[in-house]
Design a protein around this ligand. Structure first.
Ligand code: BF8
Ligand code: SF4
Length: 626
């Protein structure tokens, strides 16, 4: 039985009652104070990039002081939005490269997947024969770091794309060069007195997005796998019920697995468990929030406490000894909120420093000792719990997660009826699609946003898609919404159409496949590239679409741009502040198709959005005669 959004909301309301008792603020309250939002901001027609402004576009004032019109202002804002996201994902990827550079057989960080490292090294033309694996790791890390600032050439990873796609990128002049260069060029273009032509701003948005998805994020994903292991299917659980009232609860939140992996490692250490017991607890439970949760769930089976808009709920249980964060998507609200409870809000990164937190600076050199310090701090905090404030909603679902591309190819080998040797490729999946057993695939990604009933869009759309024999691959907070509902439990096959149900049974998989965190959308880009190469079709011809129904972050805009630029039609449930410019709307929903064979659809009615995706998938099937 699925957990419904209504049940999740009832649990949240019960937690908000605890919050009210201790005078806690909550996003549900703040959103009311912020509504209605500023109309200029919503439409993207406010400019404050120079000190002659801010300028706002109205019928009486159709141009800013410099003469820029609504299209230029909306376009610049959109490019800045993208650049913020590309910088963020890519900097996360860079941190992973630095961790790889510091990998040491006797240190905190080891190479857990040497085969994958060697595979990538060969792909990059690096000599591997007779080389010590750690020497190779350091050499590869340095090469990857050079991708961020190299003066000449384009991203190495682009070669993974089908030739046709590479040609489209080349012809449209959107092949990403050095990752940092695309971010810097975007900020240069949006400076006062540079670009105000929508076409140019959209083109650079695609390019900066590609620098993320086919650059920084791909570094993040691939080298995280090398360091921490390539995910394989693993069982876990999801929703607040994974927290344990009798244990020390440590919640890891953020994105970079360098921190969370170490915290998990030490929380599992017998010495630390004994320490927790000495403090009166029965043990230690680590659970996760947001993408860091996806990372450790996929590699260790660490349970998922919740997604983005559930982060405050973790503290509201009154049973969280420490919420340990690194970077991105962390509410500053956690500071004051933790002060209403005994919870320690532990920040660890110079990139994300917040008031009312305990700052335990974490770096690669001191990772082990800092992780131990964090776990001990949490244990020592157990005695400060206020028992009358403890309430953990009894709500969780089983989930099987960990479908990296490598794992996915392996499980689908079991599905093929073909006589030809197709194992180790995407051909079994293609066979299911061409025969119509599966109609197509949707990549469901992205956040929660109070503008959409939280998790509702993710869950309802997924239910409808799988009932229509459309397989769903999910990442980020969308994946967690699915897991919380029960859609990543293998028994969810009973909600599928007959074809998809059969595939789930044969391959022993759930119908919604967990592909990881948001940087792992790079895995999806490789998957579609392989599907295109194995089928001889263009990526844009595959019956595959992308969807971010509840997105909120700059990263999501960057993702949208690289997904579209890779040839995949992308459906958004929240407008990216472009409604103030008809020209920008036209470029994003239509014009870009001439360059990359795909475009955006924005539709805030979730039912309609889902129907549009199903229609698009069927249109694509018809077009290739399947
Ligand atoms: O990178 S889905 S709320 S956690 S931005 Fe953030 Fe959005 Fe969640 Fe991960 Ni992605
Ligand atoms: Fe106004 Fe132009 Fe300055 Fe923007 S760049 S704030 S539109 S004067």
């Amino acid at each position: 039985k699925l957990t419904t959004v209504e049940e999740m909301e009832a649990a949240t309301n019960r937690l908000l009652e605890t919050g009210a008792k201790v005078g806690a603020d909550a996003w549900q309250i703040r959103v009311k104070n912020q509504t209605p939002h500023c109309k200029f901001g919503e439409q993207g027609i406010c400019c404050r990039i120079c000190a002659m402004g801010p300028c706002r576009i109205t019928p009486k004032a159709p141009r800013g002081i410099c003469g820029c019109d609504a299209h230029g202002i909306v376009g610049r804002n959109y490019l800045k939005f993208t650049a913020g996201g590309a910088a963020t994902h890519s900097d996360h990827g860079r941190e992973i490269c630095h961790t790889l550079y510091a990998a040491d057989p006797n240190g905190a960080y080891k190479v857990k997947d040497p085969e994958k490292l060697i595979r990538i090294a060969k792909e990059w033309g690096v000599e591997t024969e007779g080389k010590d694996i750690y020497d190779l790791a350091h050499e590869m890390a340095e090469l990857a770091l050079m991708e961020y600032g190299k003066p000449f050439g384009v991203q190495r990873w682009l070669k993974r794309a089908p030739e046709h796609t590479q040609k489209l990128w080349h012809d449209a002049e959107i092949e990403p060069r050095a990752i940092d260069r695309e971010v810097a060029a975007s900020l240069h273009m949006t400076h006062m007195g540079c670009s105000s032509k929508p076409e140019a701003l959209v083109r650079q948005s695609l390019r900066a997005g590609l620098a993320d998805g086919w650059g920084g994020s791909m570094c993040g994903t691939e080298f995280s796998d090398v360091l921490f292991g390539t995910p394989k299917p693993i069982d876990t659980e999801a929703n607040l019920g994974v927290m344990n009232a009798e244990n020390v609860n440590i919640v890891v939140h953020g994105h970079d697995p360098s921190l969370s992996e170490m915290v998990c490692e030490y929380a599992d250490d017998p010495e630390m468990i004994a320490y927790a017991k000495s403090m009166g607890a029965k043990g230690i439970t680590v659970s996760g929030v947001c993408c860091t949760s996806n990372e450790v769930a996929m590699r260790r089976g660490i349970p998922m406490a919740g997604n983005f808009l559930q982060q405050e709920n973790v503290v509201l249980t009154g049973a969280c000894e420490a919420i340990v964060v690194d970077v991105q998507c962390i509410f500053p609200a956690l500071g004051p909120l933790s002060k209403c409870f005994h919870t320690k809000f532990i920040t660890t990164s110079p990139i994300a420093q917040m008031p009312d937190s305990d700052y335990i600076r974490f770096d690669v050199g001191t990772a082990a000792e800092k992780a131990k310090q964090i776990v001990m701090t949490a244990c020592e905090n157990f005695k400060n719990r206020k028992p009358d404030l403890v309430y953990i909603p009894d709500m969780k679902q089983k989930a099987t997660v960990g479908y990296s591309l490598e794992a996915l190819v392996k499980v689908l080998d079991g599905v093929t009826n073909s006589q030809v040797d197709v194992t180790g490729t995407t051909k079994p999946l293609l066979e299911c699609v061409t025969s119509g057993v599966i109609r197509g695939a949707v990549a469901m990604v992205g956040c929660n946003n109070p503008k959409i009933r939280p998790d509702y869009a993710h869950i309802e759309m997924m239910k409808k898609l799988i009932a229509n024999d459309i397989v769903v691959v999910a990442s980020g907070c969308s994946a967690q919404a699915a897991a919380k509902a029960g859609l990543m439990d293998k028994s969810a096959k009973d909600l599928c159409g007959a074809g998809l149900k059969r595939v789930c049974e044969l391959a022993d998989i759930p119908p919604v496949l967990h592909m990881g965190s948001c940087v792992d959308i790079s895995r999806m880009m490789i998957l579609v590239s392989e599907l295109a190469k194995d089928s001889g079709l263009k990526i844009s011809q595959l019956p595959v679409v992308g969807c971010a129904p509840e997105w909120m972050s700059e990263k999501a805009v960057s993702i949208g741009n690289y997904v579209v630029a890779t040839g995949i039609d992308t459906f958004l449930g929240v407008d990216p502040y472009v409604s103030g410019s008809s020209e920008m709307g036209e470029w994003l929903t239509n014009g870009v198709r001439d360059w990359v064979e795909a475009a955006y659809t924005v539709e805030t009615d979730i039912d309609k959005l889902c129907d549009l995706m199903i229609e698009r998938i069927e249109e694509k099937r018809t077009a290739i005669g399947i």
